[in-house]
Design a protein around this ligand. Structure first.
Ligand code: 8YV
Length: 315
């Protein structure tokens, strides 16, 4: 039987590429010198799109594929997929939740510890001879026993909160409503109020038009000069101009960020700051998790073409 033609938007590791090539006629959008030309040539044959969370599928791309049936996202975030365009044509959308939850939560906790205890500059302090020449490394701030806020208590936010309990922290969270599974934590409806009550504020909510810049001037200044913002969600959840201004002026103490507007070309102002920890959008970036994500991308595609129920549908 002919292999279904699909459009692959971004690169996958070889262990994913090989089975994908074996099962489908893959057109590699990311390798095309002339992407518009590729879409014009193959768009009408494309039955599925395999994409990545941060790459998604725009309305223009979806409309260039008039026979598109399904979009499979390698990632839990589907905010870069034009869902309205999919709804208009009954195009299915899938993502890869659960398999990455714990790794993303682990990195969020690691970012908090690393920045609060100054581990990156401490490593330099040892390597560049400062320890021997200048003496003791400057004191930093503790984590245990302080106050943590979690903005968005979905799968990832809940796993972050679970880990924070191990540090004997006072934990509060904000979400659209109180969660029955979080009775041991304090529900704070207003993100500004949550920030006021937090030393460490984790942004873990799924990104959408409704959450765009939910962390703006008010939340950032409520977190304040002693506060730390940790973002393992999407850059769009934060007003990056307000964040940069607050970090540059000291209105916000520090920020640990895994996602950026325009990534991987982040605003160079971040590079001039010494009160930030910068990570290259790799919260789910472990071999184990990425293999599971890739498998789920293929399982969703295979289920669709076999006429079976989709393992992890979004639409
Ligand atoms: C992935 C992510 O690394 O899951 C998501 O939505 O942003 C990350 O976990 C990314 O989508 C892979 O390209």
């Amino acid at each position: 039987m002919d292999k279904p033609p699909i459009l692959q938007i971004g690169p996958y590791p070889q262990w994913d590429q090989e089975p994908l090539d074996a099962a489908f006629q893959v057109h590699r959008y990311f390798e095309a010198a002339d992407k518009a030309k590729l879409l014009a040539e193959v768009g009408s044959s494309i039955r599925a799109i395999a994409t990545r969370g941060e790459l998604g599928a725009s309305r223009a791309m979806i409309e260039a594929c008039p026979n598109l049936e399904v979009i499979s996202v390698y990632g839990v975030g589907f905010d870069a997929v034009d869902l309205q365009a999919c709804r208009e044509r009954g195009i299915r959308v899938t993502n890869t939740p659960d398999v990455l939850t714990n790794d993303v939560a682990d990195l969020g906790i690691a970012m908090m510890l690393c920045l609060s205890r100054g581990m990156i500059s401490a490593e330099t302090w040892v390597r560049d001879g400062s320890w021997a020449q200048k003496g003791l490394y400057p004191l930093k701030r503790r984590v245990w026993g302080r106050r943590a806020g979690v903005l968005g208590l979905g799968r990832i936010g809940f796993e972050v909160a679970k880990r924070l309990k191990g540090f004997d922290m006072q934990i509060a969270y904000s979400d659209v409503e109180a969660k029955p599974y979080a009775s041991d934590m304090t529900f704070v409806a207003d993100p500004v109020e949550l920030a006021k009550q937090s030393d460490f504020l984790f942004v873990t909510l799924a990104a959408s038009a409704a959450t765009r810049h939910i962390v703006g001037h008010e939340v950032i200044e409520a977190l304040g000069p002693e506060g730390m913002l940790i973002n393992i969600s999407r850059a769009s959840n934060i007003d990056e101009e307000a964040l940069l201004e607050a970090l540059e002026t000291g209105k916000l103490g520090s920020a640990a960020l895994d996602v950026f507007e325009g990534e991987p070309k982040l605003d160079p102002r971040f590079l001039a700051l010494d009160n930030v920890l910068l990570q290259p959008h790799h919260a789910s970036g472990t071999i184990e998790t990425r293999k599971a994500m890739g498998q789920l991308v293929r399982d969703n595609l295979a289920a669709h073409f076999a006429g079976q129920a989709l393992p992890t549908p979004v639409l």
